[in-house]
Design a binder for this molecule. Structure first.
Ligand SMILES: [Ca+2]
Length: 92
């Protein structure tokens, strides 16, 4: 398997790890998104104002407004962050 294909597989596995916790196994609810942000990006999201931030992030991620984040919507986040990461690394 090539490196890119390996990375793609990892993303699919990671998505299902969070999406499969509760409810619909093919999408993430707000709690699952919160857990994903906490564990994957080391964010501390315990305060009351953090809930407002999560609400906003979730709304942004949920492009089709069905109150869940599916794999396609998750990938928009991953793509955006990966491009950002790449730019940061190029500056250094
Ligand atoms: Ca959605």
């Amino acid at each position: 398997m090539g490196v890119v294909e390996e990375a793609m597989t990892s993303l699919i596995v990671a998505f299902h790890e969070y999406a499969g916790k509760e409810g619909d196994k093919d999408s993430m609810n707000k709690r699952e998104v919160k857990e994903m942000l906490t564990k994957e990006f080391g964010l501390k999201l315990e305060k009351a104002k953090d809930q407002t931030a999560i609400d906003r992030i979730f709304k942004d991620l949920d492009v089709n407004s069905d109150n869940k984040v599916d794999f396609q919507e998750f990938m928009i986040l991953v793509t955006g962050l990966t491009v950002l990461l790449h730019e940061c690394q190029e500056e250094h």
